[in-house]
Design a binder for this molecule. Structure first.
Ligand code: BG6
Length: 485
């Protein structure tokens, strides 16, 4: 790209100046993928490894050892990862000692062959019920011991527990074998480009931070809307529901990025420390008045989905009003919503500023003017937009809302890579910035858990709607409304 490039969108020009890239090359390492014949490996891990390979971001000395229960042969693995060299496959039962003995000797052999210095990543693309056994087994044969030479890191996929107590017991089991710097908990929302952009936006510019507080911001809306229903994942989903599946992790992480204080540096623990402070400042849900703060819903037809119990009370939608009790945010509601089987797949964070204090325009009250709104569009059309009031051309005094819209794909001429690409690279680099730390899990469970046991009505909504109308009323009762994508 030239030093400065102009791109033209409809009614807009983007000027992109080549910026700074904080680039590092990962050290030599091997990657063991547990669950290599499974769905997650096929949908996310393999394509991301390929993407990294195509961009030249994999270490020069690198190998992938797939491990699975199915008798997939090496040719099967190669067909899933075309173009990637140094692939191996090991079939084994995850609970059998013999699997780990075989894994240990295979890793020694491959480390020597590929010069990976004993550095290894274990990716547990497995049902959470196996996390403990697999970690324990690996610990028993010293695969996680970093004093043997080389580092070892373990990637876990959510869910990290079903509630606070189970999250704590899982953590205790993991701690027997791993130090926190070895643990990478995937929250793939943190690897999405526009999510990362929130920090750049807030802390690499000087014009937003001074107004990023209760004096100027009226409220924040965080929406993660999905068009798909529960699909083939009913077995997992029906025992989880939207609060565990989307709120305890993704939605809480998004909230923390918007609300946190500037970290002292971009070092992983500085960034994560500030999130914890936000979680600690969340105003706990109170049984009294809870129905005015939280709406749960289930789409019609959910109970007929294969694998869902006919009397299921599992919410597939939730909307909530969250408050942060600190100097920056006191009195500013954060409205969060997420659900399945809605009209459109759309995820965004909208920061809605306060109305002007006084209108100069005699027939117009301040509330007639649209409030300035800054939107981070997370997906599908990633971008940032800012709505301002402006004069319409012509001799009359007409004011209208003008939206300045920056579209990632249009501006940079390419779509963002899958979040897993970025996160896998970070595991190789040993950068934990985008991975939730254990204390974050504990704080977010502590906050969400009371809702799991609360006696809240379960509202129904039609597939293809925007969710239950009670969620609309929740905002209307405060003189606000959900943004419709
Ligand atoms: C996962 C949830 O973490 O995120 C799924 O378990 C959900 O239920 C998915 O569909 C949404 O991710 P994305 O990237 O498609 O928005």
């Amino acid at each position: 790209m030239s030093q400065e490039e102009l791109r033209h969108g409809p009614g807009l020009k983007y000027s992109i100046r080549e910026g700074l890239c904080l680039e590092q090359k990962p050290e030599p390492c091997g990657m063991v993928i547990f669950g290599a014949s499974g769905d997650l490996a096929a949908r996310k891990i393999f394509p991301s490894l390929q993407g990294l390979g195509q961009k030249g971001l994999l270490p020069e000395n690198f190998f992938v050892l797939g491990l699975g229960r199915s008798p997939m042969d090496l040719a099967g693995l190669k067909s899933r990862l075309p173009g990637l060299p140094n692939l191996y496959y090991l079939q084994g039962d995850y609970t059998a000692d013999s699997t780990y003995a075989a894994l240990g000797s295979r890793l020694k052999e491959l480390a020597a062959k590929h010069g990976t210095k004993g550095n290894v990543i274990f990716y547990l693309a497995l049902p959470p019920g196996l996390f403990h056994d697999v970690t324990h087994q690996m610990g028993k044969v010293s695969l996680l011991d970093q004093t043997r030479g080389g580092w070892s890191r373990v990637v876990f996929e959510k869910p990290f527990g079903q509630d606070l107590a189970s999250a704590l017991s899982l953590a205790a089991e993991i701690r027997d074998h791993l130090q926190e710097p070895q643990v990478y908990r995937m929250d793939h929302y943190l690897g999405k480009d526009t999510v990362q952009n929130i920090l750049m936006f807030r802390f690499a510019n000087s014009i937003f931070e001074p107004i990023w507080n209760r004096t100027y911001i009226d409220h924040v809306q965080i929406s993660v809307l999905e068009a798909e229903g529960v699909g083939r994942r009913a077995g997992y989903y029906d025992s989880s529901g939207v609060l565990r599946d989307m709120f305890q992790n993704h939605a809480m992480q998004l909230l923390a990025l918007v609300a946190k204080e500037p970290p002292a540096s971009f070092a992983a623990d500085c960034v994560r420390d500030e999130k914890i402070k936000v979680f600690k400042a969340l105003k706990p849900f109170d049984e009294r008045g809870l129905a005015e703060r939280v709406v749960l819903g289930q789409y019609r037809g959910y109970r007929d989905e294969p694998g869902v119990s006919a009397a299921s009370q599992t919410p597939t939608y939730a909307a909530m009003r969250v408050e942060i009790s600190n100097w920056r945010w006191e009195g500013v509601p954060f409205y969060l919503r997420s659900g399945k089987s809605l009209r459109k797949r759309h995820a965004e964070i909208a920061v809605i500023f306060k109305h002007v204090p006084h209108s100069l325009f005699s027939q117009l009250a301040p509330t007639h003017l649209d409030p300035n709104t800054l939107v981070f569009r997370i997906q599908p059309e990633e971008g940032v937009s800012l709505t301002i009031e402006a004069k319409k051309p012509g001799p009359k005094t007409c004011i209208g809302a003008l939206t300045m819209d920056f579209d990632y794909a249009e501006a940079f001429g390419e779509h963002s890579p899958d979040a897993y690409e970025r996160l896998l690279l970070d595991v190789m680099l040993g950068d934990q910035t985008l991975f939730p730390r254990q204390d974050a899990l504990e704080e977010t469970w502590r906050f969400i858990e009371p809702l799991l046991h609360a006696s809240l009505p379960l509202r129904s909504y039609s597939p293809g709607d925007w969710g239950p109308e009670e969620a609309d009323r929740m905002l209307e009762s405060e003189g606000r409304s959900w943004r419709q994508p």
